[in-house]
Design a protein around this ligand. Structure first.
Ligand code: IFM
Length: 481
């Protein structure tokens, strides 16, 4: 891939540069210091669920290498680090007394980050639900939202004001629809109605957890949520049928979260489109008020765009790129949705590379919510990296991807969108869920035999951006060291 955008852009003072990871993807040590099993332990141990039978049992062994990893972050010049807390380390069965050793691990991480001058950004839920809570019903059960709020309060008490920004949930779209409708993520259920109940209880969990954090630490405590909003274009912008599919997909994937979180309601068209599945009676009086808490930042994870049309019913239906074949569809209530193959280039996930989609997404969020500050909490790309004869990883495609997407953020800023920061996904190669270790997103390579870390060219390039405050040309990446 070659870069399509020019270099040299600078960003406003105070714009926050960071990198992100998630607990199950990097920590390993799944049976240590009292951690309970999570749904991802169960799912990945189930034959056929994860490519090559990979699991997070060892992952990057970050649990034991945290000091080395924080040193890497410091050397990169990161201003912020977005990590997630494994709920089953804190409450091994999802409720009740905290496991002090689990708390201590995150407390040490946070102290090390602060000592290194790096702002800790903590996500409370990046998909590793305690298995005991799934056994009791999982996210389709209302009680899980209340247990989540209890856990959030425990973490607020434990980490207090050392956390710069609390994020309740990462990508509830994935938790609800990939976990409970298509079944390609843990817990692997394929029940469309249950996925909609999960949507609501995730939203409710966010509101209750955010309020619980603020009850512990004060009303001005910064709270956020991260969404993976889908940027979808109709194949034929003049076709009513295609536009209707975009509307349906937007309702179920985007507005099912944005409207309750920021506007205090579920959209009528979503309720109508899914009426054959559920009457939404799981939404109880007062819930939408509980969900719509003020958020300091809306986290945006962005990777690619999609083009859709109405399925004509003749021949096999084209599914979204990069999604594993599944028994169910995550596009609940959009039964005639079909994905259209778009021109490349693509990443190793099969996702198209479209920085303009990020400009469009940020622009449309700003148009709908002009007073809501945004932050890019994930952006990055998987490529089939190779270690060259010189010992380096010349990941020119990833450098070009980051270059062009960071430039897209700059373009949105120029257009008046209030974006406060950017976190590259990911600091390290890691466990890419159903794709196991087969997809590498890191700017730092992890050798899964030795667990040795090696900076890729993209890491040097990102450090140069952070050092100079201006987007370096792609070409200089291999020369940096
Ligand atoms: O690895 C994931 C991450 O856990 C959530 N957002 C998307 C990334 C790439 O698929």
């Amino acid at each position: 891939m070659t870069s399509t955008r020019t270099s040299g852009r600078t960003f406003p003072a105070g714009f926050l540069w960071g990198s992100a990871t998630a607990s199950y993807q990097i920590e390993g040590a799944v049976a240590e210091d009292g951690r309970g099993p999570s749904i991802w332990d169960t799912f990945s141990a189930t034959p056929g669920k994860v490519l090559n039978g990979d699991t997070g049992a060892v992952a990057d062994d970050h649990y034991h290498r945290v000091t080395e990893d924080v040193a890497t972050m410091k050397a990169l010049g990161l201003q912020a680090y977005r990590f997630s807390i494994a709920w089953p380390r804190i409450q091994p069965t999802g409720s009740g007394a905290v496991n002090q050793k689990g708390v201590d691990f995150y407390s040490r991480l946070v102290d090390q980050l602060i000592d290194a001058g790096i702002a800790p950004v903590a996500t409370l839920y990046h998909w590793d639900l305690p298995q005991a809570l799934e056994d009791a019903g999982g996210w389709p059960a209302r009680d899980t939202a209340h247990r989540f709020a209890d856990y959030a309060a425990e973490m607020a008490r434990a980490l207090g004001d050392r956390i710069s920004l609390w994020t309740t949930l990462n990508e509830p779209w994935c938790s609800a629809y990939l976990g409970y409708a298509s079944g390609v993520h843990a817990p692997g259920r394929t029940d469309a109605a249950a996925s909609l109940a999960a949507v609501h209880h995730l939203n409710l969990g966010h509101g209750l957890a955010g309020s619980a954090i603020r009850a512990e630490l004060g009303e001005t405590t910064p709270v956020s949520i991260t969404l993976n909003l889908h940027v979808m274009y109709p194949e034929d912008p003049t076709s009513e049928a295609d536009l209707d599919q975009v509307r349906r997909a937007d309702a179920v994937a985007n507005r099912a979260f944005l409207n309750p979180l920021l506007d205090g309601y579920y959209p009528d068209d979503l309720l109508a489109d899914t009426a054959h599945l559920t009457d939404w009676s799981f939404v109880q009086d007062g819930d939408t008020d509980a969900i719509r808490i003020p958020i300091d930042l809306l986290g945006v994870n962005y990777y690619a765009t999609q083009k859709v049309r109405r399925y004509a019913g003749d021949g096999p239906r084209q599914q979204a790129d990069g999604h594993k074949a599944s028994a169910g569809s995550p596009w609940v209530g959009a039964d005639d949705l079909e994905f259209v193959e778009v021109p490349g280039p693509y990443t190793a996930m099969g996702w198209n590379i479209d920085p303009q989609g990020l400009v469009d997404l940020l622009g449309s969020l700003h148009a709908s919510y002009p007073d809501q500050p945004l932050v890019i909490t994930e952006n990055g790309a998987a490529f089939a990296d190779e270690v060259s004869a010189d010992g380096r990883v010349h990941d020119a495609d990833r450098v070009a991807y980051l270059h062009d997407h960071i430039d897209a953020v700059g373009q949105a800023l120029e257009a008046g969108v209030d974006v406060r920061g950017y976190f590259v996904w990911s600091l390290l190669d890691n466990f890419e869920w159903a794709w196991g270790y087969d997809r590498r997103f890191g700017i730092v390579r992890v050798d899964y035999d030795t667990l040795e870390r090696t900076w890729k060219d993209s890491a040097y390039w990102y450090r140069e951006l952070l050092r100079t405050g201006s987007v370096p040309p792609v070409e200089i990446a291999p020369t940096l060291g």
